[in-house]
Design a protein around this ligand. Structure first.
Ligand SMILES: Cc1ncc(COP(=O)(O)O)c(C=O)c1O
Length: 434
């Protein structure tokens, strides 16, 4: 038996994979990966796959990046982990200093957690606790329709993708969803803003925060909306004295063409949650950036009930902080935010031809994220699965979200790889018309 086959057998005997109906693997082969380099993953039979989705939107500078590897090795030889309560280490400090420097202004403190969802939990709990410290109980959060903030109970509660949430409706915490602008045009922000105002008026004394993914709702079908909406939401949060939480777990670190998506709106939130690209795609880590105002509300004598006694064992893990710093070095040393501009332009040009395909409903793009929405397919057609299989057979890892075929490659992707990625996506969608 080949190594590939035996790994698949051993895997299916013991593993339950994330976001997967395991029965699918009766007909859909698993792909054990032997190594990764640059934009590619390679399996045990020597097949290469261009990672067009950055392995769930985490990878920024290619797999097994030599510079990041070297910084990881350097760190592991000195310190693999130390608790962050009562102790500290240089990479955690340096990373926090650098994040504060590049983040929207007014974010002056960093609280680490270890994945996107747990970062969201921190922001939600802290926001609620802040108001409680001030003598106000505000149990509600407002989020956008079609939003996604992760899978832990709090994060799931403020999300709105029914595929992940509905089954848990009886046990999740209460939250309210408000309409998201339906497309990228400025005109589409006004109605949702009016709805939000009405909601705030109705619930004004009970809302702790509004949470949103700035300009791109990634897991929500790569839905994109106008940044002006965020500016107006900011004004409303000030007017109603509630917090604004930006979830930049997926959109942070250059994906949208700027370091953070919120830069398009030039708005500073009360909390900003970062993860995924934070470590260049290497290790789990999240960072919650927050204002001094929030920090000071918790700064008091121990035992007052006002302390934020939240922790994760691996909070601020030194290896994760080291690779996050290495990733920021690359941004600085290689002028990444400029280098990606021609790649974004190329993607725009190449996406044009999708508009002529008869099964394409809509094509949209923000930075290096491109999405093609197909029309006239039902959920049970499992059109995404067909595209996924086609991609693999032709050497590109595409992982559609239902009827949405999208590209979110590493920022380090080359122009020729962009051509390859888009062509396979195009052929996959065209093949559905045959
Ligand atoms: C916007 C957003 N927030 C939060 C999360 C949750 O992050 P994690 O999967 O690391 O828990 C995700 C994951 O896809 C996300 O896209």
């Amino acid at each position: 038996m080949s190594l590939n086959k035996s790994l698949i057998e051993r895997d299916l005997a013991v593993l339950w994979h994330p976001c997967t109906q395991m029965k699918d693997h009766e007909s859909l082969p698993l792909i054990p990966i032997k190594r990764g380099y640059g934009s590619y993953l390679e399996d045990f039979d020597g097949n290469k796959y261009l990672d067009a989705i950055s392995s769930w939107w985490v990878n920024l500078f290619g797999h097994s990046n030599p510079y990041i590897n070297s910084k990881l090795i350097e760190q592991v030889q000195n310190l693999e982990h130390v608790l962050l309560a009562g102790f500290s280490h240089e990479n955690a400090i340096r990373l926090a200093e650098r994040l504060i420097k590049i983040a929207p202004k007014n974010l002056t403190k960093v609280f680490y957690a270890d994945n996107g969802s747990s970062g969201i939990e921190v922001a939600l709990k802290m926001s609620f606790h802040f108001h409680k410290n001030r003598g106000e109980i505000k149990p509600l959060f407002i989020s956008l329709e079609n939003s996604y903030h992760g899978e832990t109970m709090g994060a799931l509660s403020v999300g709105d993708v029914s595929l992940y949430k509905e089954v848990y409706n009886e046990i999740i915490i209460k939250s309210i969803q408000t309409p998201v602008p339906k497309d990228q045009r400025l005109e589409s922000i006004y109605e949702p803003l009016q709805k939000l105002k009405e909601l705030l008026e109705k619930h004004k004394n009970n809302v702790s925060a509004i949470i949103l993914e700035p300009i791109v709702q990634c897991a929500g079908s790569m839905h994109m909306y106008n940044s002006e909406y965020i500016k107006e939401v900011k004004k409303l949060t000030e007017e109603y004295k509630i917090h604004l939480i930006f979830d930049e777990v997926a959109t942070g670190f250059g994906r949208t063409g700027k370091m953070f998506a919120s830069e398009y709106a030039e708005v500073s939130p009360d909390f900003m949650v970062l993860s995924k690209g934070l470590t260049g795609g290497y290790l789990p880590l999240s960072a919650v950036l927050l204002t001094d105002d929030i920090y000071r509300e918790f700064y008091c004598d121990y035992g007052s009930g006002k302390s934020f006694l939240h922790s994760h064992s691996y909070t601020g893990n030194p290896l994760a902080c080291a690779v996050a710093n290495a990733s920021l070095d690359i941004f600085e040393n290689e002028n990444i935010l400029e280098i990606i501009q021609p790649k974004i332009k190329l993607l725009t040009e190449l996406l044009e031809k999708f508009k002529n395909l008869k099964n394409v409903y809509n094509v949209r793009q923000t930075g290096l994220i491109g999405a093609i929405e197909l029309k006239n397919y039902k959920l049970e057609d499992r059109i995404g699965l067909k595209v996924y299989k086609y991609g693999l057979e032709h050497g590109v890892l595409l992982r559609p979200l239902g009827n949405i075929i999208y590209f979110m490659p590493p920022l380090s992707i080359s122009e020729s790889e962009i051509h390859e990625m888009v062509q396979v996506g195009f052929d996959a969608i065209s093949s559905l018309n045959k």
